[in-house]
Design a protein around this ligand. Structure first.
Ligand code: F6R
Length: 241
């Protein structure tokens, strides 16, 4: 992969947003695969600024998010749909009908997952997939396992993932136990992948993902098999690279 080490947070966000903005400038109808969580939040913030300055438009773009919690109403403060609306979609000119997030609030999550697979297949290859990595090596919510799923599916979250995300909820008991996530085949099908990694606590996992064996027990290691990956790290996360 192409590893870029940002000197500071501002540079990290500038570089990440710059990659998305240049794609949209050359291909206004780009299909964007988006992630939530703390890793991309500053990049989305910078994209909003670029939009306000008139440097980038999402008017013809389509977005497909990686994942969503099962069982949270879509207006729940911690739902990924709400995160995306608040951090990006409501602040730029993307058309609401062009934004897609798995329907975790569906009474039938398995069906919602199958429908999302269908939607992605109809869309065709995503031009750029933004990813973060979990402390356990997950991408999307594809948790370490002896087998991984190719397409969108319902997963049971690892306890470690629930604990890592408990900081956003009032207690661990409120963190959903399941999620709908895009599968590994769909993620790897994107033309280009931008993996965003911040903070000292990610140094070990990103080094293992990029330099360790390719194994389903570290789903991010499968990115080694993709020909067009940019890994954007800050100084702390990039310490072992
Ligand atoms: C979020 C997602 C997750 C996160 C990962 C890192 O849509 O798919 O894989 O990217 O859990 O989360 P943060 O960025 O909060 O450390």
């Amino acid at each position: 992969p192409n590893i870029i080490k940002a000197q500071n947070e501002e540079q990290f966000n500038d570089i990440g947003a710059g990659i998305v903005a240049s794609l949209l400038q050359s291909n206004p109808k780009a299909l964007l695969g988006l992630a939530t969580g703390s890793s991309p939040v500053g990049v989305y913030g910078r994209l909003v600024e670029l939009y306000k300055e008139g440097s980038v438009s999402f008017a013809q773009a389509q977005s497909y998010n990686l994942d969503e919690y099962v069982g949270l109403p879509s207006d729940h403060p911690e739902s990924y749909r709400r995160f995306m609306n608040e951090k990006l979609f409501n602040l730029v000119d993307i058309l609401p009908e062009n934004t897609h997030v798995p329907m975790g609030s569906s009474p039938d999550p398995e069906k919602a997952a199958a429908e999302y697979t269908e939607l992605l297949q109809q869309a065709g290859r995503l031009d750029l997939q933004i990813l973060g990595v979990g402390l356990n090596g997950h991408i999307g919510f594809n948790e370490p396992a002896s087998e991984l799923h190719g397409f969108t599916h319902v997963v049971t979250l690892d306890e470690s993932t629930r604990q890592a995300n408990a900081r956003f909820f009032s207690s661990i008991d409120e963190v959903p136990t399941q999620a709908i996530t895009m599968g590994i085949a769909s993620i790897l099908h994107a033309k280009q992948i931008l993996l965003l990694v911040r903070g000292a606590e990610k140094a070990e996992v990103i080094s293992r993902a990029l330099n360790g064996p390719v194994t389903t027990h570290c789903p991010a290691s499968l990115l080694q098999t993709h020909p067009n990956v940019i890994v954007l790290v800050d100084q702390e996360a990039g310490r072992l690279l």
